[in-house]
Write a protein that binds this ligand. Sequence first.
Ligand code: DQA
Length: 145
Amino acid sequence: MPTLLILNGPNLNLLGTREPEIYGRDTLEDIYRGLRETFPGVEFQTFQANGEGALIDRLHEARSGVDGVVFNPGAYTHTSIALFDAIKAVGLPVIEVHLSLPEAREPFRRHSFITPACKGKIAGLGPLGYRLAAQALLDMLGESP
Ligand code: DQA
């Protein structure tokens, strides 16, 4: 059974109530449930942290037992060379996901430090982006759910 890590960065624990006009009304738990319903043959590990170090540590831990990572780095997308380095260091396939379309928002969201370390990127499609990213990883891994 393939194992995917769903990794979420700062402030995403507040999904559901956080700026719903931008991020929608689904909570992280709703997003996780949607993934498990869509891909019953996949083991999902989930982790959310507000701190950069915890996200880096979780990526390191994923070297053992995880086949691919769906990663929404939140605002660290636009600031974190350390997360770029961590993705490169662990060598796992990572798909970057954003609920909103950062490029269509404030200018400071237009640059991602994360993208060059990733296999792909999905943005602006809300929770569907997580499911599309999981599907892409499964395709890359040669798994057909
Ligand atoms: C986000 C976009 C980021 O710019 C922002 O800082 C977030 C959420 C998204 O999912 O749309 O926290 O990653």
